[in-house]
Design a protein around this ligand. Sequence first.
Ligand code: HEC
Ligand code: HEC
Length: 229
Amino acid sequence: MAITHPNQRSERRFCAARSASVWLPALAAFAFATASWAEDARKGAVPEKEVQAKLQYCKVCHGVSAQGFRGYYPIPRLAGQQPTYVENQLQAFIEHRRTNNVMFNVAHSLSPSMVTALAANFNALNPQPLGGAPRQLVATGGKIFQDGLPDQDIAACAACHGPDAAGAGIIPRLAGQLYPYVIDKLVNWGKERGQNPKTPDTSAIMSPVAHSLNKSQIEAVAAYVSTLK
Ligand code: HEC
Ligand code: HEC
C-alpha cells in the first residue's frame, strides 16, 4: 500500500524543503528585516490610546473580534494569529513582496512600533470561527492536513503549521481561518506572494505545497482548518 507510512514520507518532504536553496536567502532576508524593525520598535512604545484607535480601524474590515469577514472578497481572521507572521506580512505588503492594494494603503503608514503593538493585540483575541464551509469536505481535509499526500509528495501541513494549526513564528495560524480566504490564497500563491525578485522571502517555503495541491484538495483542507478553534 502506498499510504503505509505517510508521516515518514511527509517528514522526508519537509526535510527536503528545508534543505532546498530557497530557504537560505528567504531566512537571511527575513532575519535582516526583523532586526531593523526590532530596532525601530525599541525606540518607543506607542501610547495605548493610539493603539486602540488604530485597532478600531483594522476591525472595520477584519471584524469586531478580528474574526474575519465574508464579504464581496474575503477578509482574513487575525484573531490568535502569530505576531511574527503578522509583522512579516505587513512588511511584505509595504515592500510589494505581497500584492494587495487595500493592505498596501493600510500598512505603509504604520510605524514599526505600532505594528508590533497591533500584532500582540490580535494574538490575544479568540472568537469562535466564522464557519460556513461545506461539512462533507472536512474529513478529507483533515487527512490531508495531518498526513499530507504521500502519492503527490506533499508534506503534511501539520509538519509546519502544527497539529492544531496554531502556527509558530513566521508560520501562520490556520485554525479558524475563513474558508474562501484560504482557497483564494492557495490558488493565487504564485501571483500574490514573493513578488519582489530582489527580496526572496518566507513565501518560498510554502510555494511548492501551494502549487502541488489541486482545486478539490485545496477546498477540502480549507474546509478543515476553517472549523478548528
Ligand atoms: C479596508 C479594509 C481593511 C482594513 C481597514 C484593514 N485590512 Fe488588513 N486585510 C484586508 C484584506 C482585504 C486582506 C486580504 C488581502 C489578501 O487577500 O491578500 C487583509 C489582510 C491582512 C493581513 C494578512 C493576513 C494573513 O492571514 O496573511 C494582515 C496581517 C492585515 N490585513 C492586518 C491589518 C491591520 C493591522 C489593519 C489595521 C491597521 C488592517 N489590516 C486593516 C482589508 C483591510
Ligand atoms: C515546509 C513548511 C510548510 C508546509 C509543509 C506547509 N506550509 Fe503553509 N505556510 C508555511 C509558511 C512559512 C507560510 C507563510 C508564507 C509567507 O510568509 O508568505 C505558510 C502560509 C500558508 C498559508 C497562508 C495563510 C494566510 O493567512 O494567508 C496557507 C493558507 C497555508 N500555508 C496552507 C498550508 C496547507 C493547506 C498545507 C498542507 C497542504 C501547508 N500550508 C503546508 C509553511 C508550510
